[in-house]
Design a binder for this molecule. Structure first.
Ligand SMILES: N[C@@H](CCC(=O)N[C@@H](CS)C(=O)NCC(=O)O)C(=O)O
Length: 205
């Protein structure tokens, strides 16, 4: 039997969380290794790209969250079979990666530098990406991004919307998404209430 381990931060979000949800949706038992930042620091230089998540599938280490999400998504039947719908699904997941990459350099900043960088982001790339993702949701029919049903793109997106609206990102107004793409806020609620997602969190209790 294939064995699965997933190593990520001890955080119910980010790049690791949609993979965890998809693994459970696929009925795949996995070792859920959750590291503190201190523990990550100790092993960082030994990781292939010095980053997480890392999956070990039959003890073979595999990185890249979107590749992993597609692979597990196929097993969970949460990835479109139709090539065009798969393309739409991939577009969303890659856009969410871009958006994350714009935010990451502001981590570790403090005070006025953080405020200036975040305000620039809010007026610039964050607005561009939030609006763009709202458009992609409309293209998908308004409820889901692709295939008119829940896919791994929805799992990744609802966590990003939750992050942007949480208040955890200092100087990012919690109503930014509501103002620019209210459909993403509705989408976050819809996906959070999906039995695949509620079932996952119930299993964590
Ligand atoms: N392209 C990679 C990016 C991985 C990545 O940057 N992971 C972050 C956490 S979400 C990380 O490990 N950051 C720590 C660091 O760069 O030191 C993926 O999608 O998996």
């Amino acid at each position: 039997m294939t064995t699965y381990k997933l190593t990520y931060f001890d955080y119910d979000g980010g790049r690791g969380e949609p993979i965890r949800i998809a693994l459970r949706a696929a009925g795949i038992a996995f070792e859920d290794i959750r590291l503190t930042f201190l523990e990550f620091g100790e092993i960082r230089s030994k990781l292939r790209f010095n980053s997480l998540p890392v999956a070990e599938i039959d003890d073979v280490a595999v990185t890249q969250s979107n590749a992993l999400l597609r692979y597990i998504g196929k097993q969970a039947k949460l990835y479109p079979k139709d090539d065009t719908q798969a393309l739409y699904c991939d577009e969303v997941m890659d856009a969410l990666e871009d958006l994350t990459h714009y935010i990451v350099p502001t981590f570790g900043m403090k005070g006025d530098q953080l405020k200036a960088a975040r305000e620039k982001l809010v007026d610039g790339w964050l607005s561009v990406y939030v609006r763009g993702l709202g458009d992609l949701l409309t293209r998908g029919g308004g409820k889901y991004f692709a295939d008119r049903r829940l896919t791994v793109a929805d799992l990744k997106a609802f966590l990003v919307t939750r992050w942007l609206t949480s208040g955890r990102l200092e100087h990012v107004p919690t109503d930014l998404v509501q103002r620019l793409a209210p459909n993403l806020v509705e989408h976050e609620k819809l996906v959070a209430a999906d039995p695949i997602v509620t079932g996952y969190y119930a299993s964590r209790r």
